[in-house]
Design a protein around this ligand. Structure first.
Ligand code: UDP
Length: 339
């Protein structure tokens, strides 16, 4: 085994939004990310910090081969479907990709090849596992009652991972993101889904004239301005949390499950106002019905992540998030203006 191989981290879904930012952070921290991705939603040009193995997590053999070939010292698992609305329409697909994919990965990692030395796992989880807890700040002890198939599949994955801890000694960190947002401050990678459903890229598309405006889903919530409140967390802060969790596990730290957010919420209107200031554009809005399954308020209590990993968000005020997202968005979609 070469020195390089000794620091390999297998990153499933490493061509996606959060996965690619984590691959970059891993490389910066001296690890060697090896991406495993089927490019169903990820981007080929987001794989810049190491090799890629093209494959689907539903393919157990391909995953086993990837693990055998990479011999990772740890795994980060991002490959999943993550749209609430799509999960309601296609719950079986979500089970196949999210639960089936995680099952295949756990099987590949816990084979006899590793003989009692199972590499630790950092898992991309979500606030959606909590559903709509009736608390101001959601901590790790909050009840887990997902309100849609996406959240259900992610909770089932966390349970599978915990069971692998009992059965095979797997050590893991399940990181529940609140609303991942923003872009790489170096403008190399950012948020781009097709079709786009997320608030900030839609607002920025409107600012660029790539769409007419934004529909505000619900203006009658019991919040200060009537629009839904979310805890937006900069994707670079998330990436630092992943590296901190990995370092913890590689130093033989215990398994973790942590809520990652800022502890402060922003309403849809506050995000639109911030984007107007940052872009210097008026963002046309129309009021629309609430989106099915959207809770009024989801804000993390991130104090356990601080206590256990000394991690806290440092780039996640809404103005900075939108500024970084805007810089990348303009570069991506209007290169003729920004070059
Ligand atoms: N939202 C909105 N209009 C849009 C997209 C999103 O009003 O075109 C709202 C959505 O209802 C939610 C918030 O913005 O309250 C964040 O939505 P997003 O899809 O970005 O993330 P989610 O909270 O669903 O993970």
């Amino acid at each position: 085994m070469t020195k390089q191989e000794q620091k390999n981290i297998l990153v499933t879904g490493g061509a996606g939004y959060v996965g690619s930012h984590c691959a970059k952070a891993l490389a910066k921290a001296g690890y060697a990310p090896v991406v495993f991705d089927n490019f169903s939603t990820g981007h080929r040009d987001f794989v810049r910090w190491g090799p890629v193995i093209e494959g689907d997590v539903r393919d157990a053999v391909a995953l086993k081969d990837a693990v055998a070939q990479t011999r990772p010292i740890a795994v980060m698992h991002f490959a999943a479907l993550s749209l609430v609305g799509q999960s309601v329409e296609q719950p079986d697909l979500y089970k196949q990709v999210n639960c089936g994919g995680t099952r295949n990965l756990l099987d590949a990692m816990t084979t006899s090849e590793f003989s009692g030395n199972v590499p630790p796992l950092v898992f991309s989880s979500t606030a959606a596992i909590f559903g709509e807890p009736d608390v101001d700040l959601i901590d790790e002890a909050a009840g887990k009652k997902p309100g849609n198939p996406y959240g259900e599949t992610k909770l089932a994955c966390e349970e599978m991972i915990q069971a692998s801890g009992v059965d095979h000694g797997l050590r893991s960190a399940c990181l529940r993101y609140f609303n991942a947002a923003g872009a790489d401050p170096d403008e190399e990678i950012g948020e781009h889904h097709n079709p786009e459903t997320h608030l900030i890229p839609i607002i920025l598309d409107a600012a660029l004239g790539r769409r007419d405006g934004i529909r505000i889903f619900g203006n009658d919530y019991a919040t200060a301005d009537g629009t839904a409140v979310r805890d937006y967390i900069h994707v670079s802060d998330l990436a630092r949390a992943h590296v901190a969790a990995l370092d913890h596990l590689l130093k033989d730290g215990k398994s973790l499950a942590l809520n990652l957010g800022t502890g402060t919420g922003a309403s849809v209107r506050e995000v639109i106002d911030a984007a107007s200031r940052v872009t210097g554009s008026t963002i046309p809005t129309t009021d629309a019905a609430r989106r099915a399954g959207d809770p009024p308020r989801l804000v993390a209590d991130p104090s356990l992540a601080y206590k256990l990993l000394s991690w806290q968000a440092v780039r996640s005020d809404i103005e900075t998030i939108v500024t970084d997202a805007w810089a990348w968005h303009r570069k991506r979609f209007t290169p003729e203006i920004t070059s």
